[in-house]
Design a protein around this ligand. Structure first.
Ligand code: ATP
Ligand code: MG
Length: 590
């Protein structure tokens, strides 16, 4: 197979002369950029904001995006996936069929004939419509199709440049199988293809268990590029390859250490009494006041379900409610909403911070870490007071125990191996097993081996192309600029010509560019009439894998400086050996 991350094929422009083409770099960071990769993309002249979350990709950015797309294409084609292209403008009726037309991210509009349309936020509906009625027999399965397409999602808060845009490029693929078992084989096939893609892109990433969110289905994993600024919190085992998004990470039960109770002034947990806690509103306040660890105290939260019915949730003081787990446990349509202060007051008779489960008529769901708590210290349902010594089944009943809190650093790993620690990631890819969620509702059916009609078993698989490019920069830069991984660098070589007015030098430069091209190295030539300092700054900022510097003097002395951007290693090479040396050095680049 032809690979692009070695001097292999060049499917992109091989050379660019800065003096005769358009490219602009900037000294200052854009005012709306919070993270390095966003600042660098703008300063290096790769992208320009048109509106919030909407960007023009400049010629350089497009080269890198195309390289990423080509790696994706090569791997998917190799795996037998077929490329197609679906429309970006979609009839709203398709989304009404699946009941998703109300998704807030969907941008809807009418045409001149008053027909309803939306911009494609994803393409499950269109692809299911594409195969229904035409893919009719088990003999034609499995089928997998993909596209690389512009998506539009009316994100509430676009930010971080291409990381969370409104308009962005996504590769989305869909698989169709005859049963669940084979659909899961397709899912695993895509997982392997994704691993190859992200390996080739040179990214440091983890595959993590994930929530299947609004798309639905049951089996789902994300490809997360590791980065400090990542929006996603991940939990990874210190002794195995277990990794999960914090949104869904399970928490194996662990007994709580109650020793801090014994050493506090409230040392008899069964002693039932109410005491004044004026001005204490948080669990931390209470822990300091009582001298008891937050993990031995109990938090009471008050929420309402889809129908507005209130319920109570109990958690250890050190834990946090995970609304996604809660939604699943209670089988809710939407995440439960917290009651406001007035609603809490009405329900419990006290302000938040002084409330507990005793005497309430609501269902009470407790986190499973409370299983062995016999006596509770909680708010007294009287503002400014707490009560110790409340007994389960005597003072209140627990409707059920479940795993409803966020996992955290120090928890046991759910696979039984090691302890979890938190790291941050950027979700660049996401794979889902969908089951028949879309095929059933859209009546996309085929005849199985027994002549019976069945809905397709589906999977869907996404990669954010722009987000991937920016993640690479987030992972690979220094204070001076981008350090492009060579697999996706817009050009391979940055050629800084210090005396572009010298005709002999330019004749040599032109022939050098040809020779580099022959060796499958593409070249960005800085032949502007600028000072060397400006050229070096821009070369660092743009960050191509190899930088050659040549001026009239070094040309006459038969010396060219070659710098590898990733480790700043400099070598002076003679003109005769230059091309060969570059090919070798390029090979060493990451
Ligand atoms: P997120 O949780 O970040 O909102 P998502 O789970 O909604 O993303 P998917 O529907 O799984 O996203 O989309 C597949 C891929 O598309 C994501 O893994 C991500 O790389 C990319 N992507 C999604 N939303 C955006 C966005 N607003 N801007 C850029 N890329 C995006
Ligand atoms: Mg996702």
């Amino acid at each position: 197979m032809i690979r692009l991350n070695g001097p292999g094929t060049l499917k992109v422009m091989k050379k660019f002369y800065w003096s005769t083409g358009f490219h602009k770099t900037f000294k200052d960071d854009p005012s709306d950029a919070e993270i390095p990769s966003h600042k660098l993309l703008v300063r290096a002249g790769l992208i320009k904001k048109v509106a919030p979350g909407i960007y023009t990709y400049g010629p350089m950015a497009l080269k890198s995006l195309r390289k990423i797309e080509n790696i994706i294409r090569e791997e998917l084609d190799e795996a037998g996936c077929q490329e197609l292209l679906m429309p970006m403008v979609q009839p709203l009726s398709l989304w009404q069929e699946t009941g998703r037309s109300g998704v807030p991210e969907l941008l809807k509009f009418k045409n001149r004939n008053d027909h309803d349309f939306c911009l494609g936020a994803t393409h499950e509906e269109v692809i299911t419509d594409f195969v229904r009625n035409d893919l009719t027999s088990y003999k034609d399965l499995p089928v997998s199709l993909y596209q690389i397409q512009t998506k539009y999602r009316d994100e509430i808060r676009p930010r971080f440049g291409l990381m969370r845009g409104r308009e962005f490029i996504m590769k989305d693929a869909y698989s169709f199988d005859e049963n669940e078992e084979l659909a899961k084989v397709s899912y695993q096939k895509f997982k392997k293809v994704y691993q190859r893609i992200f390996d080739r892109l040179g990214l440091e990433y983890r595959v993590v268990q994930a929530d299947s969110g609004a798309i639905g289905g049951s089996l789902s994993e994300e490809f997360q590029v590791l980065a400090q600024i990542g929006e996603d919190l991940l939990l990874v085992s210190d002794q195995s390859d277990f990794a999960a998004n914090r949104e869904i990470c399970a928490r194996p039960y662990q007994a709580t250490d109650f020793s801090s109770v014994g050493t506090s002034k409230f040392k008899d947990p069964s002693h039932k009494h109410t005491f004044a806690t004026p001005g204490l509103s948080t669990i931390q306040d209470l822990a300091i006041f009582t001298g008891i660890d937050a993990k031995c105290l109990v938090k009471s939260l008050f929420l309402k379900d889809d129908a507005g019915k209130p319920f109570t949730v109990l958690l250890r003081g050190c834990d946090e409610l995970n609304p996604i787990k809660l939604k699943k446990v209670l089988n809710l349509k939407n995440e439960a909403q917290m009651l406001n202060e007035q609603e809490v007051l009405k329900l419990t008779g006290a302000l938040p911070g002084s409330c507990g489960p005793q005497g309430l008529q609501t269902p009470i769901y407790a986190d499973h870490f409370l299983k062995e708590f016999q006596y509770y210290m909680v708010g007294a349902n009287q503002t400014g007071f707490h009560t110790q010594g409340l007994k389960v089944d005597v003072d209140f009943k627990i409707t059920s125990f479940a795993d409803i809190s966020f996992a955290q650093t120090g928890d046991l790993s759910p696979d039984g191996k090691g302890v979890l620690k938190e790291i941050r990631g950027i979700e660049v890819g996401h794979i889902f097993y969908l089951g028949t969620k879309y095929s059933q509702i859209m009546k996309a059916i085929f005849q199985d081996k027994n002549g019976k009609t069945q809905p397709f078993e589906m999977g869907c698989y996404g990669i954010g192309v722009g987000r991937t490019m920016q993640s690479a920069i987030e992972q690979s830069h220094d204070q001076n600029g981008i350090i492009w991984p060579k697999s996706i660098a817009p050009f391979d070589v940055h050629l800084a010509v210090l005396d572009p007015k010298n005709a002999d030098l330019m004749t040599y430069v032109n022939s050098l560019v040809k020779d580099l091209n022959k060796n499958n190295l593409s070249v960005f030539i800085d032949d502007r009439n600028e000072r060397p300092g400006v050229k070096f700054k821009d070369a660092d900022l743009i960050g191509l894998p190899l930088r050659l510097t040549i001026g009239q003097k070094s040309f006459e002395q038969n010396q060219v400086e070659v710098l590898t951007r990733f480790n700043s290693e400099k070598t002076v090479v003679s003109l005769e050996t230059l091309v060969e040396f570059c090919a070798e050095k390029y090979h060493e680049c990451r």
